[in-house]
Write a protein that binds this ligand. Structure first.
Ligand code: AMP
Length: 429
């Protein structure tokens, strides 16, 4: 199967070959033809399957077939849950549309709205947006959605997890009733099916991965380990395996920071990416990771959504997710585009119930290994861990450490100030 046989135009084929893609991925093969025919599409696909090209290529073709409307109102709206994902889709739209006369823009929160407003003023054919900023700018009168012909809801499951249902419903009221709809989701809960029913009209269903199952190319393994030995085990696996691009998932933001510090101390370059980090810090971390100057990226589930990192060889679940579907999302970061990948999970006694739930969801019993020196604690409780409580305890401990440090520094401030100066000069050097 070739891109040409899918019915794509010369301008798009040129952009595709410039990107270096040779053959369409399964989701592209299945989704592009019905979208080009004007059907609504409901696709089961996670990040890494090539789903973005699966919907952007046919949208660009459909829009470019008609002359642009006067004032260039938004004709295609792509709604995504996170800023990172929005930015990545925008990059793709620009690359695929290089040889077409279409305008695109991306809008998301957390940054100054004025440049976004200025771009919208010039007219935009394809708009990629996160729900909050979209509704904000619409309410302020900076954009109109009443000429939308093609609506895309990307990562619909994550949208619901992040509490965007009300916003989605508001957006639906702003776009014309007669339109083409495309919806993508990695998992299909009852709520997602209900949402799909409300948005889509007689959709063609396409599956890139079987429902709620994991990609075959990924080798999955569980290391049973005592909770307090997890950091040591992660460092050992990464250092001894000489792993260069590793995405590590933690259950909490503070856990991500703490782990990052431990990696750095062990001589492994690492960066944390989570909701408390500024957009600039996240972008910088991602760039370093892609360039290879950062070997390990430690992320929480929400921050990791939509990160476009091709050919990721290793994913480590430092903490198991308590929502089993998140496991499928996480490991979908590896084994992409036909390359083999490895997803390993460090599982302590208190995560036993999460592991069982994940095995049930993916329909597999995951192979278990124990590393000498990092054995599980036979006396540890299997009662599930409470992450919020863990975060509270961590904050308390940090406060205790800070006040202890303050007391110490007060009592020996003279010696310390010389010491600090020396450290400071060393750093600057
Ligand atoms: P996505 O699932 O859309 O996030 O895409 C995952 C990665 O696969 C991105 O880095 C794309 O650039 C890449 N990709 C998409 N389609 C193809 C293709 N047909 N051949 C090779 N790589 C692709």
């Amino acid at each position: 199967m070739s891109f040409k046989s899918l019915g794509l135009s010369e301008a798009l084929l040129k952009a595709i070959s410039k990107k270096g893609y040779e053959t369409p991925s399964p989701i592209q093969e299945k989704a592009i033809p019905p979208v080009l025919e004007g059907h609504d599409v409901l696709a089961s696909a996670q990040t890494g399957t090539g789903k973005t090209a699966g919907f952007t290529l046919p949208i660009l073709q459909l829009l470019s077939q008609e002359a642009p409307l006067r004032n260039r109102p938004v004709r295609s709206l792509i709604l995504t849950p996170t800023r990172e994902l929005a930015a990545q889709i925008y990059d793709n739209v620009r690359e695929y549309g290089e040889f077409l006369n279409l305008r695109s823009a991306v809008i998301f929160g957390g940054v100054n709205q004025n440049p976004q407003i200025a771009t919208l003023k010039n007219g935009v054919d394809v708009l990629i947006a996160t729900p909050g900023r979209l509704l904000d700018l619409q309410a302020q009168g900076h954009l109109s959605l009443n000429k939308v012909e093609i609506f895309v809801l990307d990562e619909a499951d994550r949208m619901l997890d992040m509490g965007f249902l009300r916003d989605i419903q508001k957006v639906m009221k702003l776009i014309p009733a007669k339109r083409q709809n495309l919806m993508f989701s990695a998992t299909f809960s009852k709520d997602i099916k209900k949402l799909a029913h409300g948005i889509l009209n007689n959709p063609v269903q396409v599956d890139a991965t079987p429902e709620n199952s994991t990609v075959d190319a990924i080798s999955q393994k569980v290391y049973r380990v005592a909770r307090e030995k997890k950091t040591g085990l992660a460092i050992k696996l990464i250092s001894e395996g000489n792993w260069k691009q590793v995405l590590v998932f933690t259950g909490t933001k503070h856990g991500a920071n703490r782990l990052c510090e431990s990696f750095e101390k062990a001589g492994i370059t690492a960066a944390a990416i989570h909701g408390n980090k500024s957009q600039g810090a996240r972008t910088k971390a991602l760039e370093g990771f892609k360039k290879g100057t950062v070997s390990v990226m430690v992320a929480t589930d929400i921050a990791a959504r939509g990160l476009d990192i091709p050919l990721l060889p290793h994913v480590i679940n430092f903490d198991l997710p308590n929502i089993s579907e998140d496991y499928v999302h996480r490991i979908g970061r590896t084994g992409r585009a036909g390359a083999s990948g490895e997803a390993i999970s460090l599982v302590s006694a208190d995560e036993t119930s999460f592991l069982l739930a994940i095995e049930k969801l993916v329909g597999l019993k995951l192979p278990v290994e124990i590393v000498e020196g990092f054995e599980p604690d036979p006396n540890a409780s299997t009662k599930p861990i409470n992450r919020q409580q863990e975060a509270r305890e961590f904050r308390k401990q940090k406060q205790r450490e800070a006040s202890k440090a303050k007391t110490n520094s007060n009592s020996s401030s003279k010696e310390n100030s010389t010491e600090k100066k020396r450290v400071f000069t060393n750093k600057r050097r």
